[in-house]
Write a protein that binds this ligand. Structure first.
Ligand code: NDP
Ligand code: 8X3
Length: 256
C-alpha cells in the first residue's frame, strides 16, 4: 500500500523512535502531523522531514496527558489535516528503576498518565474519524516489557501490558470497519529513553547498553512503516523485535 500523501500522526515525534518514524514516513512522501511537548526539537524534526521528502508537515505542541488539549488539538486541525490515515501512538516514557515498595509515586503517575491514559486520549480523539471514513491504521508502541515483567520495573511493565490489552481490545472494537490496529513491541532501543528513566544520569543510562548492540530508532521505524505499507486487507496484529543479544526482557548476552 502506498504511503504517499497519507496523513500520518506521530506522537512523541521530537526524539527517538517517534522522530525516526516521522523521517521514515517522510521518505515515503507522506504528510506528517507531529506532536510533542518540546517545540524546538519538534521544529528540527519537521525541517528534516521536509528535506527527506515529506509532502507537508504540521506540528502540534502537545502534552498527551492533557485530555482536553488532545481533543482540542484534533478538533482544531485545519481541514486539510483532519482526515488522519495513520496514528502512531508512540509518546511514552519510563521513570525510575527500583523496587515497587520504594518507588516514587510521582514517577508512577507520570508513566501511567503518559503511556496508558495519554495513549487512550489520543486514540479516543482520532479513531472516531477513522471509523466514520471506514479506513485508517493505529500503530501502538508496546514493548518486550509488556510481555514479561522485569525486576524493579513493575509499573513501566504494567503500562506496556496495558498497551497490549488496549491494542487487542481496539482491534476487536473496530471489527466490521477497515481500520487496522497494530502493536510494535521492541526490546532494547538506544534513544533518550534511559536518560529520561534515570532523570538525566548519563552514566547510569550508558550502562543499560553496555556490551550490547541495541536496536536503533530507525530499526523500529522500519517495522512501523512495513506494517503500515501492507496491503489494505492485511492487519499485522503485533511485531516483537529485539537486538540479537536479547532473548526477552530478562535475558541478555553481553560482550565482556
Ligand atoms: P525517547 O525518550 O527518545 O522519546 C520519547 C518521546 O515521547 C519524545 O519525543 C517525548 O517528547 C515524547 N513524550 C514523552 N512524554 C510525552 C507527553 N506527555 N506528551 C507528548 N509527548 C511526550 O524514547 P523512545 O523513542 O525510546 O520511546 C518511544 C516509545 O517507545 C515509548 O512509548 C517507549 O515506551 C517505547 N519503547 C521504547 C523502547 C526503548 O528501549 N527505547 C523499547 C520499547 C518500547 P517531549 O519530551 O518533547 O514531549
Ligand atoms: C523499553 C524496553 O526493556 O527497557 O520498553 O523496558 S525496556
Amino acid at each position: 500500500m502506498s504511503l504517499k500523501g497519507k496523513i500520518v500522526f506521530v506522537t512523541g515525534a521530537s526524539a527517538g523512535i517517534g522522530a525516526a518514524t516521522a523521517l521514515a514516513f517522510a521518505a515515503e512522501g507522506s504528510r506528517l502531523l507531529l506532536a510533542a511537548r518540546r517545540a524546538s526539537k519538534l521544529a528540527e524534526v519537521a525541517a528534516r522531514c521536509l528535506d527527506h521528502g515529506a509532502q507537508a508537515v504540521h506540528s502540534i505542541d502537545l502534552d498527551v496527558r492533557d485530555h482536553r488539549a488532545v481533543q482540542q488539538s484534533i478538533d482544531d486541525l485545519p481541514a486539510e489535516w483532519s482526515e488522519i490515515d495513520i496514528l502512531v501512538n508512540n509518546a511514552g516514557l519510563s521513570r525510575g528503576l527500583e523496587k515497587l515498595y520504594t518507588g516514587k509515586i510521582q514517577d508512577w503517575e507520570e508513566m501511567i498518565d503518559t503511556n496508558i491514559k495519554g495513549l487512550l486520549y489520543v486514540t479516543r480523539a482520532v479513531v472516531p474519524g477513522m471509523v466514520v471514513r471506514n479506513r485508517g491504521h493505529v500503530i501502538n508502541l508496546g514493548s518486550t516489557a509488556g510481555e514479561i515483567t522485569y525486576p524493579n520495573g513493575a509499573v513501566y511493565c504494567a503500562t506496556k501490558a496495558a498497551e497490549r490489552s488496549i491494542n487487542d481490545g481496539l482491534r476487536q472494537d473496530v471489527l466490521g470497519t477497515h481500520v487496522r490496529v497494530t502493536s510494535v513491541d521492541p526490546g532494547m532501543v538506544e534513544t533518550e529513553f534511559s536518560m529520561v528513566r534515570f532523570h538525566g544520569d548519563t552514566e547510569r543510562a550508558a550502562k543499560v547498553y553496555k556490551g550490547i548492540k541495541p536496536l536503533t530508532a530507525e530499526d523500529v521505524a522500519d517495522v512501523i512503516v512495513w506494517a503500515a505499507s501492507r496491503p489494505a486487507h492485511v492487519n499485522i496484529a503485533r511485531v516483537l523485535l529485539t537486538p540479537v543479544q536479547q532473548a526477552n526482557s530478562l535475558l541478555f548476552s553481553r560482550d565482556e
